[in-house]
Design a protein. Structure first.
Length: 88
C-alpha cells in the first residue's frame, strides 16, 4: 500500500500525537508521514544496530512528548523501512 502524507495513517499516531509531532521548528517539526520516515532514517548511524536505532527513535518520540502509542509507532516505522531499506 502506498505511503500517504497523513501521520494518522501510522499505527500509534492519533490526533494528539500528530499535534505533538507538528510542534517545534526546523528539523524537529514533523507534519507528514514522509518527514517522520526521514527522521527515523536520520537517526541511523553507521555503527548503530537495529535495536539501538529503534531505541533512539523511541527516545526521540518520548522527548517530543508522545507517550501513548509510542511502541506502535516505532514498530510500524521499523517494519515499513525494513521493506525498502533492508538492515535499517
Amino acid at each position: 500500500e502506498p505511503i500517504g502524507l497523513d501521520l494518522q495513517q501510522v499505527p500509534g499516531i492519533g490526533p494528539a500525537n500528530a499535534r505533538i509531532l507538528a510542534e517545534g521548528e526546523g528539523d524537529d517539526k514533523v507534519e507528514t508521514t514522509h518527514q517522520l520516515i526521514g527522521k527515523f532514517l536520520m537517526l541511523k548511524g553507521r555503527d548503530v544496530t537495529p535495536i539501538e536505532h529503534c531505541d533512539m527513535f523511541w527516545h526521540w518520540l518520548a522527548a517530543k512528548g508522545g507517550n501513548a502509542g509510542r511502541d506502535n509507532v516505532v514498530l510500524a516505522l521499523a517494519g515499513k523501512n525494513e521493506n525498502f531499506v533492508p538492515g535499517v
